[in-house]
Structures are given as C-alpha cells and as structure tokens.
Design a binder for this molecule. Structure first.
Ligand SMILES: Nc1ncnc2c1ncn2[C@@H]1O[C@H](COP(=O)(O)OP(=O)(O)OP(=O)(O)O)[C@@H](O)[C@H]1O
Ligand SMILES: [Mg+2]
Length: 351
C-alpha cells in the first residue's frame, strides 16, 4: 500500500494554504545486486518535505537511510544499485526520470549533500578556502579573488573563527568540528534549496554535535532551505527537526511531526530508539534495544521488528503491518499502534 504523506496536512489546512512540497518520495524501492543475488534494501519508502522544513530520518545501522538519500540524489553506486520502483519529485520534477547530466546540474545548484565523514568530503591537498570557493568559481565564473571572498563569507556564515586567516589553511589544520563546518559551507555555497545531511555529527563529540545541529537548524531557517537530517540518534535531531521518519529493515515504520512522535510514539521500535539514547530532559535509564537489526538479505517474516519486540504476537510473525494513519499527519506500521500510543511499551528485562 502506498501511503500519502500529505493526508494529515490536508485535514488541517485547506488545499491552497498547504505549504508546497519541496521533495516527495513516493513508493521508493532500491535493490542491490550482490554475490548472494538481488537484495531489496529500501522497500516502498514514502515521505515528503515541505519548503523550508527539516525532516529527520532515523534508524539503526543498515536500516537504509543512506541508500535512500543516495537514491534521492541519483548517487547510487552503479551498476550494483538501482531504483526498481517509485518516484522522487523535487519541486514536481521526477528526478528518477532525469539523465546523469541533468542530475549533476541539479546537484550542483539546487541539491546538496553533507556526508558523515568530513575527512572524505575534503581534499587534503587543497586549501579549505579553495574548496569552499571552487563551485562558485566554476559555476558562477567568479575570479579567484571573488571566490576567495565568497569562501570567507561562507566560513563566517558557518562560524569558523578567524575566517580571513583560516581560508588558506589545509583540512588537517582544522578540528573535526571545524572541518564539518567547512563541509557545510561547501554545501551551502551555491544556495541550494535542499540539503541532505547524512549523520553530519556522528564522528564528533557530544558538545560539538549539538553546536553543528544548532548551526544547521539556524542556517535552514535563515536561508529557507529544506533540510533532511539523517541520524541514528533521536536525541541529536530532537531539537532540530519538524518531522521525523523512522526506518527499520529498509521500510518506514513510523512518521509524523516530531513532538507528537516524541511524546507518544506509535511503534515499539521508536520507543526502543528513544530509550536507547540519553534524553534531552529527564534522566530515564538507557535501555538498549535487545538483539541486532536484521540484514535486508534475510528479513524476518511478518513485521521485521518482531524478533526484538516486547509486544510481538502470532500475527506479528506472519503479517506485515501496513503503514496506517494513527493521528494527524502520523503513520505507524504496527498491528498494535493504538495500544503502544495509549499504554506505551514495557521495558524488556536485559538478556
Ligand atoms: N553498495 C552496496 N552493495 C550491497 N549492499 C549495500 C550497498 N550499500 C549498502 N548496502 C546495504 O544496504 C543496507 C542499507 O544500508 P545503508 O547504508 O542505507 O544503511 P544506513 O541506515 O545508512 O546505516 P548506517 O547508520 O550504518 O549508516 C545495508 O544492509 C547495506 O549492507
Ligand atoms: Mg548511513
């Protein structure tokens, strides 16, 4: 079943007052050819991002977050990976129908990506300033001088101190947090409409993570860019996102506006994710989710989460729960979504 991510909003606002969608991913499925055959790693994923909104995509390692974002940007490793169904509409244009040249054009101008590891996104033998200014030089035909001035402006924007001096530094002269700021400056240099940040703070310590998150949030608001924030840590994105999509085993298992999902999750996996990271407020004990996330090559039958779920019943072992509305603008793929929302989920004893 295809879900319509706009259903909830339609119920709240009349059609012509609804903010337009910047990005609409509908029924996206991605397969990889591996030595063990064809593996579906993203399965019927739908979500939407309105103009100027921040969407968090959450899930454990291997849940398909990065593959989804690579597919959105047309960056899947070829020929192993391919989109087998679904569409990715950016301001109404289906990106899956564009050729490589058109995609590259869009990625330079309108879409930008911030990767997990700033180390690999930066060229070690080029100054930070040259790298930030390069796209502007190439695409806007700026002189060296103008590109350098642009780089300094961008470095100020992302609050790299002493920008005039540091513009000529090499990446290794920057701390991890400053490198990630430089990568964000690169991504924003051409004023994109959409930025996808894939675990932009994972390699950083907690304080620096918070600083980078506030920076992203602030830039998103001041520049009106749409932001997709990918993370495995609900705590990290809680203060920055408007909406959240939770993935498990390549599927969306819950989605909705951040606060209501955070306050009353409607899927036991979302509850587990929340218990496994430190809370912003309160001091509830950390409880890891027992077991390990499944391999997409070998998904459990029925609900893929059932082997780890404290509420699993017979039905969960055989029937895949469809994503269904569980409140305004909210969806959950749990047979017991209502009960979870109402009563919560018991904490599972360790072991
Ligand atoms: N090039 C590839 N070939 C085959 N399988 C792949 C390839 N890239 C990713 N996968 C598989 O696709 C699944 C989803 O991977 P993905 O990188 O999207 O996970 P993720 O949610 O981003 O995890 P993490 O939090 O570790 O970054 C994983 O099982 C992974 O092994
Ligand atoms: Mg990833």
């Amino acid at each position: 079943m295809r879900s319509d991510p706009s259903t909830g909003a339609a119920a709240v606002l009349p059609h012509d007052e609804r903010p337009a969608h910047l990005l609409e991913v509908d029924g996206l499925s991605v397969e990889f050819q591996t030595r063990d055959g064809t593996v579906r790693v993203v399965d019927d994923v739908s979500f939407a991002l309105r103009e100027g909104e921040t969407l968090a995509v959450l899930g454990e390692s291997g849940s398909g977050k990065s593959v989804t974002s690579l597919a959105v940007l047309g960056l899947l490793p070829r020929p192993a990976g391919r989109i087998v169904s679904g569409s990715v509409r950016f301001r109404g244009t289906d990106l899956t129908a564009l050729d490589e040249r058109q995609l590259r054009e869009l990625r330079g101008e309108r879409l930008a990506m911030v990767f997990q590891d700033p180390q690999s996104a930066l060229n070690p033998v080029m100054t930070v300033g040259d790298q930030i200014g390069e796209a502007a030089r190439r695409r806007r035909r700026l002189s060296r001088r103008a590109a350098r001035a642009k780089a300094i402006d961008m470095m100020r924007l992302v609050r790299i101190p002493d920008a005039e001096r540091r513009v000529d530094d090499y990446p290794h002269q920057f701390s991890g947090g400053m490198r990630q700021r430089a990568v964000i400056a690169m991504a924003l240099a051409l004023d994109p409409d959409l930025v996808i940040a894939d675990e932009p703070t994972t390699a950083l310590d907690v304080t620096v993570q918070q600083q980078i998150m506030s920076l992203l949030r602030e830039l998103q608001q001041s520049r009106g860019v749409g932001l997709v924030l990918i993370s495995h840590d609900l705590g990290v994105v809680a203060g920055a996102a408007d909406r959240v999509v939770v993935m498990y085993g390549g599927r969306v298992i819950e989605s909705g506006p951040l606060r209501p999902v955070y306050d009353r999750p409607a899927h036991p996996y979302t509850v587990g994710l929340m218990r496994s990271v430190p809370e912003a407020e309160g001091d509830a004990p950390l409880v890891p989710i027992p077991g390990a996330p499944p391999s997409p090559a070998d998904l459990p039958t029925g609900c893929a989460f059932h082997p780890r779920c404290p509420l699993a019943a017979d039905r969960c072992r055989t029937e895949i729960p469809p994503l269904q509305p569980v409140g305004p603008d909210r969806l959950s793929a749990c047979h017991y979504a209502e009960e979870v929302q109402r009563d919560g989920v018991p904490v599972q004893p360790a072991g």
